[in-house]
Design a protein around this ligand. Structure first.
Ligand code: NDP
Ligand code: CA
Length: 324
């Protein structure tokens, strides 16, 4: 028998006064690069992960178990190459609405016996939100279309009546592509600016911009230009996971940790960004320790992806001019 999967605690960040209450319950957001099946078995070369742990039969239950354990209201996934045959039907039966956008030239298609292209998927719980609009974006860099995509949806919260824009993306991987990532980030920010400032007949100028949550595998450490762009944009975004640190200013040490033939790679690439003036982060799912991850790193029998899931509860801050 395998030992039990290590537990991850939900922690309340210091220095945050809760805003949620009965009429303003928090919204649970999950971000996860689940590792495309075709890439994990066919391209990544995770030499310390047992082959059986990489099989879809094994991984799909682990991924679904993790999602079901936390029961997010919003679920943002990258590297989804089993949308139509697995995630859409299962998530629909659990009360979620789903949207999927494949990469134009997914590297999964180069792998023999692939299950189609990988892409980003965005799910929301139908009992919590109704859908106002969806934008399927192909990210550009220096006016040229790239192989990376994003989905942005404007939702209306059924409990509070308030609007929320949620976006999911997966930026270009690998070192040497920092400038492309930065340009992709700039393009995404521009699209989000336009989506959150005009909205279907509403006088948004009077109400203020729609609060925003952006989840993604940015493939960029916090030292990269694209990170700086997001943290200093006019949209007023903060990265939720900084709140796990003692000073509230430091990202976790890693969100992915893997061993390939080329060596070990431990880095912070995944983020949940949120509008800091409109939303408050009340809970975060802790990052497993090095001991919990184990000497063979990720993926493993306990962790089905080379990326960790990120999870937080956010709530709307009170609007001074609006009574709930
Ligand atoms: P990216 O460079 O963004 O990476 C694609 C995937 O590879 C990501 O999911 C990434 O995972 C993973 N990856 C990152 N580093 C490594 C590594 N060292 N070893 C193995 N996998 C890794 O890819 P693009 O979207 O730019 O697509 C590139 C591929 O797409 C090409 O290799 C080609 O196969 C295909 N392509 C085909 C075209 C055609 O004309 N047919 C045109 C364009 C692309 P993570 O994000 O988790 O790091
Ligand atoms: Ca990957």
């Amino acid at each position: 028998r395998r030992p039990a999967r290590p537990r991850r605690d939900l922690v309340c960040p210091r220095l945050v006064a809760p805003c949620s209450h009965k009429h303003n319950p928090s919204i649970r957001v999950m971000q996860w690069n689940i590792l495309a099946q075709a890439l994990g078995e066919g391209k990544d070369g995770f030499i310390r992960c047992p082959l059986e742990a990489l099989s879809w039969h094994e991984r799909k239950y682990q991924i679904l178990e993790e999602i079901l354990t936390y029961h997010p209201d919003i679920l943002c996934l990258q590297e989804v190459d089993h949308y139509y045959d697995t995630f859409r039907p299962i998530m629909a039966s659990l009360g979620y609405h789903g949207s999927f956008l494949p990469k134009p030239w997914s590297p999964c298609l180069d792998v023999e016996h692939n299950n189609g292209p990988d892409g980003c998927a965005l799910f929301y719980r139908r009992s919590r939100f109704s859908l106002r609009s969806t934008a399927h974006l192909r990210l550009s860099a220096m006016m040229l279309p790239t192989n990376q995509v994003a989905i942005a949806q404007t939702l209306r919260c059924q409990v509070t009546g308030r609007w929320l824009c949620v976006a999911v993306t997966h930026l270009k991987a690998r070192s040497g592509w920092e400038r492309l990532r930065s340009a992709q980030g700039a393009d995404l920010l521009q699209s989000l600016q336009s989506i959150t400032s005009h909205c279907g007949g509403q006088k948004q100028a009077e109400l203020g911009a729609i609060p925003l949550v952006v989840c993604g595998d940015f493939n960029a450490e916090p030292s990269e230009d694209v990170y700086r762009r997001f943290s200093s944009s006019p949209l007023g975004l903060s990265s939720a996971y900084k709140l796990l640190s003692c000073d509230g200013k430091t990202e976790p040490a890693y969100t992915t940790w893997k061993i390939r033939p080329s060596g070990e790679s431990c880095s912070t690439l995944d983020y949940i960004w949120y509008s800091h003036d409109a939303l408050s982060v009340e809970t975060l799912l802790d990052i497993p320790t090095e001991e919990q991850i184990g000497p063979d790193r990720l993926p493993s029998y306990h962790y089905p992806s080379d990326h960790l899931s990120l999870l937080c509860d956010v709530s709307f801050r009170e609007e001074p001019h609006r009574l709930l």
